[in-house]
Design a protein around this ligand. Sequence first.
Ligand code: BDR
Ligand code: CA
Length: 322
Amino acid sequence: MEACKRVWIDCDPGIDDSFALLLALKHLAVVGISTVGGNTGLEHTFRNARYVTELAGRGEIPVYAGYDLPMIARPERAKHVHGSGGLGNIMVPELKETPPGEHAVDVIIRAFGHPADLTLVTLGPLTNVAQALLKEPELKHRIPEIVCMGGSVTTGNHNACAEFNIAVDPEAARIVFESGIPVRMVGLNLCRQNEMTMSDVKRLKALPGTVAAFAARLLAYSVNQRRQAQLCDACTIAWLIDPAIIPCALPMHVEVETKGEFTRGMTVCDYREYIGTVPGEDIGRKIGYPVETGEKNVLAAMEFDQARFKELLFCTIKSYEV
Ligand code: BDR
Ligand code: CA
């Protein structure tokens, strides 16, 4: 396992964001959390992030609210996937205290005020990060890497081409992918290699404590709807905790489509040089086809060790014991 990495997490909880936070809060040094409108409105994503950190006994970690709406696109939510409040059928109580007044964008700029050993993890639309890059252009030299749940080397979920986080705010995603900051992309091609089932729900239900009960309710909601049971955001955080969970990732040039009639929000991944030589296998591991690509701005996660991921997930939830 890597040494405890320092991370800033931008997210839109969200069922799978919540699992991601529970993993991160146990295994990573979470410096701060910013929230963005995505799966549901900002008022919920902010409140949900606070709720999860409190539940995990980490209420001291600061949570900030950022942008609710995308830069240009009309807002789209995933309430049909995550429930109207974002956490399935769990109703999160109103916050007792007032949220910190500072905007998440300003706090992100300050957190990366100088080149730092701090990884930026994005689990929602990229609006906050793009706005921060516009407000402080020097930021692109100070963020060492972005680990992003978004996009896909193959097909989307929002539609045939686009994955939700990119589709919601393609202009923001383009700014981030073109910024020159190295991006580690956990796309749907990776997340679809994970599938949580009712037997995983039962396993969670059998664990003691309120965190396990919360996780079981969230997962039951997803599995029952047969939507998003891949826990995409948790797969992303897992890469930082135990790199062996993603045994293969390939560097490639990726552009974000912002105009296409059918392809707006697509991550156009140039994997021509990895075209498989085995019949029936589209993408190989090695370079096999000489081609001039653009700069390899993305390291795309390709292969997933599901057994190792589930072991990490269940051990972590069990370890909360509250
Ligand atoms: C992504 O979209 C959201 O619905 C999830 O929280 C995840 O970040 C998967 O496409
Ligand atoms: Ca998310």
